[in-house]
Design a protein around this ligand. Structure first.
Ligand code: 5AD
Ligand code: SF4
Length: 477
């Protein structure tokens, strides 16, 4: 086992160093391929959120540049799991798959196994892998992804387990290679980390403190994506509403949106995630005035009970949240509102839960992600007494889900018969005469079309609503 040095290079020199390492890795891979008598392949499996998906694209960009070919499954020569730890079951999934992977490694002498992402920032996890999964080749965390080329060089030169986990970083290294999953849409990180410390959440411990990218770098990246055929951009951050506050020249997220909105050729802008405590009137105004910004707000509620919101360290009340929803709907009558809700936070009573149900009933969300509270070691909530019994949580969860689904179906049905703008994303997977696209509110629509339509917007009549998707046809093609 060894560790690489946490170097003190500036970001620009760091970038050059990584490109040097890509060249070294290329040479090493070519030698191994000669020995093996075949091309070597990679497979990256991403767990968790959009941030992880974007990180995986960066890792894949380097693997491709080095010369690996993409494989369809884990039957590959370099397999990487980019992990999530936001809930316990995400961790269990990784351990289960890792066991199988190590069996495959016994049959392939060229196989390397790498693990990265949020789960690796937890010392207990790394200890467990060190003791029980000793054939893993590389473990790194969330703060040093930009050093992946360098880590890959170590990994290709030695069979020893390499562990490189940092507690934090203040460095943002720009312009490393990226392999996009979709030709026409892309995530763009605008900030990293989170400073909110919601009491149930492990993210601030594994993703570190909030760091914003310079607006000029963000705009440059968006422009170059658009030149490369991207028509939809999702601006990514754990709490985009506090973007730019800690920059040397502070800038508001709303003003960043206005700048991105000016990029010619870009058609749609989305963003994730907003924290209600930081949602300003100016952001609502910017959303309403920027024609490319989708009228969709993902606004995590977590709980409707003021008592629990306080214990969760969320810094808003039920009333303040409902006020925000009203402001959003006043500014954009067609805005789609979605949310995240946790059921079974320690000490949640039936009254607390009914407050949550009440908000769901009042807001009539277009969709909601509902989660059963998961105890994360090291967070304040994990130390709270009064963990709610499993059967009670399950019963509440089912009631909430039924209400959420009922609302979502009602909302979706309202659009039946109307004409709406759809971004075509791909050919339909079941029927090759159809294409599949998304409405501004993210709902799926299938309609007759051809491959050249991918990445473009069409006016589509939504003829039939099938619950969570629509069937339609292009109006005046
Ligand atoms: N248990 C359950 N859900 C959680 N989330 C974050 N931490 C936990 C946890 N410990 C949910 C929140 C957040 C979403 C990304 O994951 O609802 O908004
Ligand atoms: Fe977790 Fe809260 Fe930060 Fe979201 S805002 S990542 S829920 S601590």
């Amino acid at each position: 086992m060894s560790e690489t040095k946490n170097t003190t290079l500036d970001a620009a020199s760091e970038r050059l160093l990584q490109y040097d390492n890509i060249e070294i890795a290329k040479g090493l891979l070519a030698e191994i391929e000669k020995k093996a008598g075949r091309k070597l392949t990679y497979y990256v499996k991403t767990f968790g959120c959009q941030m992880n998906a974007r990180d995986s694209e960066k890792i894949e960009g380097i693997l491709e540049m080095v010369g690996y070919e993409e494989a369809e499954s884990e039957n590959a020569d370099f397999v990487l799991y980019n992990t999530c730890t936001v809930r316990e079951n995400a961790n269990n999934k990784v351990y289960g798959r890792l066991g199988n992977l190590l069996n495959m490694k016994k049959k392939n002498p060229y196989m390397k196994i790498a693990l990265c992402g949020c789960m690796m920032q937890e010392p207990e996890v790394v200890e467990k892998i060190k003791s029980s999964y000793r054939k893993v080749n590389l473990i790194f965390g969330t703060h040093n992804i930009y050093k992946f080329a360098e880590l890959l060089v170590h990994c290709l030169s030695s069979d020893k387990m390499l562990i490189d986990i940092w507690k934090d970083t203040d460095k943002i290294v720009e312009n490393l290679p990226v392999k996009r999953k979709f030709s026409f849409k892309s995530g763009v990180n605008i900030m990293f980390g989170c400073n909110n410390f919601c009491s149930y959440c492990i993210v601030p411990y594994v993703r570190g403190r909030e760091r914003s990218r310079e607006p000029i770098e963000i705009i440059r990246e968006c422009e170059s994506l658009v030149k490369d055929g991207v028509t939809e951009i999702m601006l990514l951050g754990q709490n985009v509403n506090s973007y730019g506050k800690n920059l040397e020249n502070p800038i508001r997220f709303s003003d960043l949106l206005r700048e991105v909105n000016k990029i010619e050729g870009l058609k749609r802008i989305r963003f994730m995630t907003s924290h209600p405590k930081d949602l300003s009137d100016d952001l609502i105004a910017a959303m309403a005035e920027c024609d490319k910004v989708c009228p969709h707000m993902h606004l995590p509620l977590q709980s409707g009970s003021d008592r629990l919101l306080k214990l969760m360290n969320r810094h808003y009340t039920k009333e303040q949240y409902l006020n925000l929803v009203e402001k959003l709907r006043n500014a954009m009558p067609n805005v789609a509102i979605t949310t995240d809700i946790i059921v079974g936070f320690p000490g949640e009573t039936e009254e607390d839960f009914l407050e949550t149900m009440d908000v769901v009933r009042q807001v009539e969300y277009d969709n909601a992600f509902t989660f059963i509270y998961s105890k994360r070691t090291g967070t304040p909530a994990a130390r709270m007494d009064d963990q709610v019994p499993e059967d009670v949580v399950k019963e509440r969860f089912d009631r909430l889900l039924a209400l959420v689904q009922e609302n979502a179906a009602k909302k979706a049905n309202l659009l039946t018969g109307s004409v709406a703008e759809v971004m075509v994303e791909q050919m339909n997977e079941q029927d090759e005469s159809l294409v599949t696209g998304r409405l501004a509110n993210n709902a799926l629509v299938h309609f007759p079309g051809k491959a050249y339509m991918i990445g473009n917007l069409y006016q589509v009549q939504l003829e039939e609503c099938k619950g969570f998707y629509y069937l339609g046809k292009v109006v005046n093609p």
